[in-house]
Design a protein around this ligand. Structure first.
Ligand code: AHR
Length: 500
């Protein structure tokens, strides 16, 4: 089979926002306690953060981390996680039926984010609380001083404001599982009032309104339209959440699930633009895909875990090699929409449906999905070139017309590099892949990284952390303005070019 990508620097989707490569830490399971935080761990730093985990997080170069939830945030008292640790309350946390010790809160997390080289994307509780508490949190985090909450922060040891720029107005407020779930009009009104107060305290912040919890929600579409009619003038982004899985064991269909993500993004864009039209607005609403990933491996096991534990091992998906291919396709899809999707958060970062796993008090390692994310985060920033891929398609049980090759090119003018990310979805055939470089005269191949394993179900574990890892290949034939590489059957590929 043959395929081809045309790379033209004048036909582009747009420039990536760094926040496209964001992630997420929620107070759930072992994400915080036993994950990023382990004061008794041999690698713990002065604040109890695990240096071994930080090292892996830094490899992913995550520019922004959403915090503290997720479903957790809809019942959260942010004040619980500030000030003297010995005085912080322990609470029964209803979202995940766990015990929250509050040893870590915004005081500590903003410091962790700094150490990870990231910004915090802060979510406020619009479930059991409301605009007043959201406003107070902005004052605590961002106001310089001389007011009750800013002085409380200073008293707690943080003279300099945290300067948090990106804020989520609640989480999945359309979901019946959410504490304080609301109808679209109820949420739209409260989000609008919270947005006003928060921006009055700090006009430089950017706000994300909750979109649907996923495209399968019965109110999807109507929800976005209603929420945006209330909030359009006050918010900057609408959120999207979607998780994927292969519960039926149909890999051919599963590898095509990024087409669902693509359709979801297009639908949300059309609703945003509809509201823009009816409001006669000149403002463009951007998208924050602030929860996306594969999530299905742990769902059965989690039903057997006893409630009301501290840091129970929930949502601990062990990712297979085929999951890494799906994550690669999803990353390419996000890149294809970088003109409208400005923020995206791989949900989540450590232990909980995460690229990084730890043993509490023990080892830390990279899951299979770590690798495509690391590659895209390192080499996917710049100008995304219009996707122009020619290849055959296949039909699966669930979908028709799935392209065998999912690919995109990203040009970084400053670094003078051109990177092509490509997934070969064929389960049986290697595919010849031609990159047409007519518009990139003087660019030559600079390397081809492949993530491949014979076994689609292969995983990485603490004992075998390098079972699925990328390798280099030198198969690219280069002739004048054409570079021809081989995409191995079911593989993730990063083909690099640089100015000679
Ligand atoms: O990421 C796990 C959970 O998925 C989040 O808490 C929630 O927002 C979503 O349903």
């Amino acid at each position: 089979m043959k395929s081809r990508i045309r790379l033209n620097r004048d036909f582009t989707v747009g420039n990536t926002d760094n926040r496209l490569f964001g992630s997420f830490i929620e107070h759930i399971g072992r994400a915080v306690y036993g994950g990023i935080y382990g004061p008794d761990h041999e690698s713990a730093d002065d604040m109890g953060f695990r240096r071994d985990v930080l090292k892996l997080v830094k490899k992913l170069n995550v520019p922004i981390v959403r915090y503290p939830g997720g479903n957790f945030v809809s019942g959260y008292y942010w004040e619980d996680g500030t000030g003297e640790k010995s005085k912080r309350p322990r609470r029964a946390e209803p979202a995940w039926k766990s015990i929250e010790t509050n040893e870590v809160g915004i005081d500590e997390f903003q410091e962790w984010a700094k150490r990870a080289g990231s910004e915090v994307m802060m979510a406020v509780n619009l479930g059991t609380r409301g605009p007043e508490d959201a406003k107070n949190l902005v004052e605590y985090c961002n106001f310089p001083g001389g007011t009750y909450y800013s002085d409380l922060r200073r008293k707690n040891g943080f003279e300099t404001p945290f300067g948090i720029k990106t804020w989520c107005l609640g989480n999945e407020m359309d979901g019946p599982w959410q504490m304080g779930a609301k109808t679209a009009d109820e949420y739209g009104r409260i989000a609008c009032e919270a947005a006003k107060l928060m921006k009055w305290i700090d006009p430089s912040i950017e706000l994300v309104a909750c979109g649907s919890s996923g495209p399968a929600m019965p109110t999807f579409g109507e929800w976005e339209a209603a929420v945006l009619k209330h909030t359009y003038e006050y918010v900057d982004y609408i959120s999207l959440h979607e998780y994927f899985g292969n519960a039926s064991g149909d890999t051919a269909s599963y590898l095509g699930c990024s087409l669902d993500m693509d359709g979801f993004i297009k639908s949300v864009i059309s609703v945003c633009d509809y509201v823009k039209t009816v409001k006669r607005s000149s403002k463009t609403m951007y998208l924050s895909f602030d929860e996306w990933n594969v999530w299905y491996h742990s769902r059965g096991k989690d039903r057997t875990i006893a409630p009301w534990q501290i840091a129970p091992p929930i949502l601990e998906d062990i990712y297979t090699f085929e999951d890494a291919l799906v994550v690669g396709c999803l990353l390419i899809t996000l890149l294809k929409h970088c003109d409208r999707v400005k923020i995206a958060c791989l949900a989540q970062l450590v232990n909980v449906i995460a690229p990084i796993m730890t043993e509490t008090g023990g080892r830390a390692w990279a899951q299979t999905i770590f690798w495509p994310f690391m590659h895209a985060s390192a080499m996917g920033r710049g100008k995304v070139l219009s996707p122009a891929v020619e290849c055959d398609t296949y039909d699966s049980e669930k979908r028709k017309g799935i392209p065998y090759v999912e690919a995109i090119g990203v040009f970084n003018a400053e670094a003078e590099t051109l990177t092509v990310f490509a997934v070969n979805r064929s389960l049986t055939d290697d595919i010849e892949f031609e990159a047409d470089l007519t518009d990139f005269a003087g660019y030559v191949p600079a390397g081809h990284t492949v993530l491949y394993h014979d076994d689609l179900k292969a995983v990485n574990t603490a004992d075998e952390p390098e079972n699925v890892i990328p390798s280099e290949t030198d198969d690219t034939r280069f002739e004048c303005t054409r570079a021809v590489s081989i995409l191995k059957k079911h593989s993730w590929n990063v083909i690099r070019f640089k100015k000679a």
